[in-house]
Design a protein. Sequence first.
Length: 396
Amino acid sequence: MIIEPKIRGFICLTAHPVGCAKNVRNQINYVKSKGLIQGPKKVLVIGASTGFGLASRITSAFGANASTIGVFFEKAPQEGKTASPGWYNSAAFQQEAHQARLYAKSINGDAFSDEIKRKTIELIKADLGKIDLVIYSLASPVRNHPVTGVTHRSVLKPIGQTFTNKTVDFHSGIVSDISIDPCSDEDINNTVAVMGGEDWEMWMDALIKADVLAPNAMSVAYSYIGPALTESVYRKGTIGRAKDHLEATAFTITEKLKPVGGKAFVSVNKALVTQASSAIPVIPLYISLLYKEMKKKGVHEGCIEQIQRLFSERLYVNGDIPTDEKGRIRIDDFEMRPDVQQQIAEVWGSVSTENLSEIGDLVGYKKDFLSLFGFGVGEIDYEKNVNENVEIANLV
Ligand code: NAI
């Protein structure tokens, strides 16, 4: 079929298999161009099909020759319907890994469930024995709790008072004011249940109990801080409470990893266009301004540049892993540079529909958004019929 983007709000209902495969190859080529990292050998990536998780899997495999098991929740193609982009990304990843003679198997299902944890552990035992790195990179709006059976839905709201600020509809480029009512206590609890650290800890408990962690095994989950501008809706909002919880969980997990000499970390990453972040109000406008400034200063990075740097300059360096005073690894250092943030704060007040294309990088935002779904990727003939019915090899 000929596949075109079908955009509905924050998502695109279609995905292009050839474009997604090209994105994966581009990321692989980037990682290879940076040379071999003395990195992990056997890696489990939870949330491995898109965004930071996919970049973590690619960096492990093609940057350190690691065997990888990827867990994700993606839609397979159906008669006349494309798969979700993470499906096509994973199909391409598996193919490239196979050609490079790297072990790679994938599991598609709900990572919050006991069943997928069990299945993953069985696979580790059967194929890898013990693993030395666990990346936790889930971004989900909903979690069915495996013990209570309750379905928790996360919300993106401020706490305590109504938050009013500018936002952009990145499709139309229209900048407008948005007011978001404060959340309830239940909203906070639900968001922490979905995006906090409980599930990460459950994964690590299960892996420890099954004795599948190698000596000195590490686990890393991803967090975000951001500037004062977005604080009310992000770091001091419901999602921020979940990130506080995730960050605190790193210490709990480190305690539990002591018998194997392991450690758990949170890495604070840069704001980027992903399926998860485009749904957060205000953030797309901030990202448009951020991209402009970081590109101008030559310090812009995408997921793959961020994660390649995380592995080569933070996680796998000789000596101690550098962290901030709260024990967090920081790869948002370029985003948070005072000169970058000062510039954004200065233009924020005057940004409007009329001047956004000039003072912000809306074009870059839209390009990255479409690219998440395999569209607008260079050297691809989108007029051509392609097979949407792509299978993922080694899907367990
Ligand atoms: P993403 O939406 O690109 O990726 C999410 C991944 O989770 C996908 O592989 C998806 O299949 C998987 N997933 C979702 N629900 C699942 C389930 N129930 N079972 C199994 N897999 C499931 O998200 P992104 O942006 O890469 O986020 C990953 C982490 O990075 C999140 O913790 C996010 O908060 C954090 N982060 C994101 C930033 C951004 O600007 N995008 C910045 C800093 C941190």
